[in-house]
Design a protein around this ligand. Structure first.
Ligand code: ZN
Length: 200
């Protein structure tokens, strides 16, 4: 079967953090399928590619999460990808679903107004909404997040991952390479080019 060598699975810890970033934790499709059969992983996303044997067939996993490495009750890592996944890659102000490179982060209560960088105060936003909201409070500009931001559970993230069409997460997981920095960085929610022009 052609193409299988190009179907590695991204391996996430049970807290949805990649096992390693450098090199990125990728398993061969054979190892990923084996781990599925041994019930050691949850499948988060799949390729369209199907492998068949006389006794089974399955879509190859593209993103898998270990079940036991970190207990699932532990809090998911506060990372860019997990905020996007919690918010279903959807701008929490205009409901637009966008590819990851067009998404930004917004502090609901702006940092300049004392807002913290936390699960409860950071939401996914498109660039337009991020610029529009600027440093205002939600009630000041009438931009209320669609879902009140909160700390997700690992189960929430698994559930959200399963709702995506096949390949959606596969197409975005290479961005994990750039998301090893947790969100409590100063520039976490600065929209692209925000400093280049006036907010409106
Ligand atoms: Zn938006």
């Amino acid at each position: 079967m052609t193409g299988l060598d190009h179907a590695p699975a991204l391996v996430l810890n049970a807290d949805f953090r990649p096992l390693s970033y450098f090199p990125l934790s990728l398993w061969s499709w054979q190892d990923a399928v084996k781990a599925v059969f041994l019930d050691r992983v949850n499948i988060v996303s799949q390729y369209d590619t199907v492998v068949r044997s006389p006794s089974f067939e399955m879509q190859l996993p593209s993103v898998i999460a270990l079940k036991d490495y970190v207990h699932l009750s532990r809090r998911p890592a506060f990372t860019r990808f997990n905020v996007f996944l919690r918010d279903r890659f959807t701008c929490q102000y205009c409901a637009g679903r966008l590819p990851t490179h067009e998404l930004t982060f917004d502090h609901v209560v702006p940092r300049s107004r004392g807002g913290r960088t936390s699960w409860e105060n950071v939401v996914t936003a498109c660039g337009v909404c991020n610029l529009r909201k600027s440093n205002r409070l939600p009630r000041e500009i009438g931009m209320i997040p669609i879902a009140a931001p909160r700390q997700p559970t690992a189960y929430d993230l698994l559930d959200h991952g399963r709702r995506f069409p096949p390949n959606y997460l596969h197409e975005s997981w290479r961005d994990y390479l750039y998301w090893d920095i947790e969100l409590d960085q100063d520039d976490a929610d600065d929209p692209p080019r925000a400093a280049a022009g006036p907010a409106f």
